[in-house]
Design a protein around this ligand. Sequence first.
Ligand code: MG
Length: 444
Amino acid sequence: MQRLFGTNGVRGVSNEDMSPELALKLGKAIGTFFQGNIIIATDTRTSNEMLKNAVIAGLISTGCNVFDAKIAPSPALQYYVKNSDADAGVIITASHNPPEFNGIKVIDKDGVELSRNKEKEIEKIYFNEKFVRVAWNELGKVYDVDILDFYIEGILSLINEDEIRKKNFKVVLDCCNGAACFTMPYLVSQVAKVITLNAQPDGNFPGRQPEPTPESIRELMKAVKEFDADLGVAYDGDADRAIFVDENGNFVYGDKSLAIMAGFKVEKKRGKVVTPVSTSSCVEEYVKAKGGEIVYTKVGAPIVARKMLEINAVFGGEENGGLIFPEHQFCRDGGMATMAMLELLAIKNKKLSELVEKVPKYYLIKTKVKCNNKKEVMEKLKEKIDAKKFDFTDGIKAFFDNGWVLIRPSGTEPIIRIYAEGKSQKDAEKIAEKYKKMVEKVAK
Ligand code: MG
């Protein structure tokens, strides 16, 4: 069976892999599968109208009604799908990928990204071309829908606004010229003074690359210092991820903000925190010290979200700035993460740098090895690696006295990924080097 969906929906270069033909056919497959009311939204990419209109044409040919939410963050669409009687949602976005990319992601009725099983059903319809085709007088209709206020109000209803307002915070928001432009300045200005960067929607992403990294958000780090702000926040293209900058203009890595937020949540309500096996041990150590428990999953935000639902977790997230607040919804949400971080800073009455200082320090190195026979290589590695303890949740995670290594085959590419974490940079380098060599040797 051919595969269409990767770890983050269907993705590729606009008007090459992500062609209007593909979008039309996928729209027909999604419509055939759901047969109902579908909400659709896009981020700001230059190909958003082309792909959205092709998907809509496909959907209405199967009799589905479509509600067009225009440009909106992924979590805003997911929140609307979850809280309305829609049967599904479709987002046209390539999230943090460079501007030439775009993608199509399908959201289930509960607001969570579609499970792999349902994706397989849609792939089957797509490749077998067994589409529903309704008569001319049964074609679906297209309506406009405004989902942004509903999303903003939903977040505000969960946040102690007064507590934040008392602090007179100054916040710099880097909206990445993406979907965040349509919500974040409005949301944060309800409770704090806001300065924006890259807040004009532009699919060429002239301000910076959509992925928030220490290199790409240098302007934000500078602005936080220059404006003497309390916090900086950077979003990716569809605003489901938020990366923070402390009051000194320092980049706060996503594992640190995940640890801080998870610790705060378990202090309030003891329980389980869900995160993928690739997450730094700093999260587990910090959460355990606050009386919480960590549950590990395979890598992938929808997998984390579905696990949280299953075990009634109090919090969850990934090391890339994707935080999941179950009281709000079961998906990553950059807007909720921002407001929750402001609330946390207000209640704790601490600077972000002081909180980061308390998180245990670990060093993570990510690398990869080309490999065409992943399955075979992984089997051989299992026999070869000698460790104190193993975890086989996703690939092989082997624990040593000075750190751990995670070796996992990519779901979509002919590569094996290696994550090495150590208690010092040197330890991490040593582990990464040793296991990269081992994988390369076995993969030969
Ligand atoms: Mg994203």
